[in-house]
Structure formats: C-alpha cells, structure tokens
Design a protein around this ligand. Sequence first.
Ligand SMILES: [Zn+2]
Length: 182
Amino acid sequence: MPTSVGHSLLGYIWYLVFKKNRRLIKNWKTILFYLFIANAPDLDLIPGIFIGHANRFHHGITHTLGFSIFVALILCLVPKFRKKKNFIIFFLLYFTHVIADFLCADTTSPFGVMLFWPFTKKYFISFYTIFLDIHKTTLRSLFDLHNFKAIIIEVLIFLPIIVVLKLKLFLKKQGREKEDIS
Ligand SMILES: [Zn+2]
C-alpha cells in the first residue's frame, strides 16, 4: 500500500477535479472529508494493530470494487449527498485507493488486492509496480528510510498533477474575472 501521504494527495487531486461541486460542505471541511474517504480502506489495519499484527485483516473486502460501490451508496444515503454526481465522487475517492494499492509493491501474502470482489475472490497485483510498500512492523519502522523514499516517490508522482490542476483552476478564475470587468 502507498502511505497515507500518497492516498491523501490522490484524495486532494479528486477535490481539485470536482471543485465546482458546491453541493458538498465547503473548503477545508470538504478537503478533510475527501482525504478521510481516500484513506478509509486502510481502517482495516486498526484491528490488526490491536493484536500486534497490522496486516492481519488488511487488504480484505475493504479493498475491492464491490465495497467501493457499497461505501459510495451508504454515503449517498445522507440526505445532503443524495446526488448521482456525489456517488461518482465517493466511488472514485474510494476505488482509486484500491487501484493505488494494486499498483503498489506487496511483500506479504496474499499479494495485491481482491480488486473485482464480489465477482472473484482472486487477488490482483500490477505487473509493473509504481509505489513502494510500507514497512510497518513496529511504530519506529514507520519512520525508516524506506518509508521516507516511498513518500518521496508518491509526492513526485502526484504533485505535478496537483500543480497542473491548480494552474487550470487559477487560469479559469482569471478568465472569469476578466469577463466580469469587460
Ligand atoms: Zn489500502
């Protein structure tokens, strides 16, 4: 799995892509909400941490196509989110986490994610891995050089996309302001 930094950057990318959507709560609250959903599949690490084996319940059904649809549907039950567009946003936020994990190195069996569950219980992992796995055996190992390298790779991949999207939004705003003046 990529680190929470990588998943959060990906969540922020979706925030910028859908920034026009004013139906959701605004600004930093929306950003935090997006980042939470983008990281939510990894909540499956918590029960394992309690028994001293973080990976014990990791990469189960929480990292699947079926569960991504389920989460998006559940969130859309909240009256203010009941829009088709919000379903798409929630689904993309959640499922692209699963895709990112599919594109990540994995050194513990079962390798990868049950990408297409409930259609198949088969685990899938990309032939070409983009992201590094995380060392998470002890709390101290979370801060080792390998994990630092993993974060750097994630930033190098996602930051250029964020810069382009920010620039696009900036130019759009400038264009709108010019239109207002003329
Ligand atoms: Zn994950």
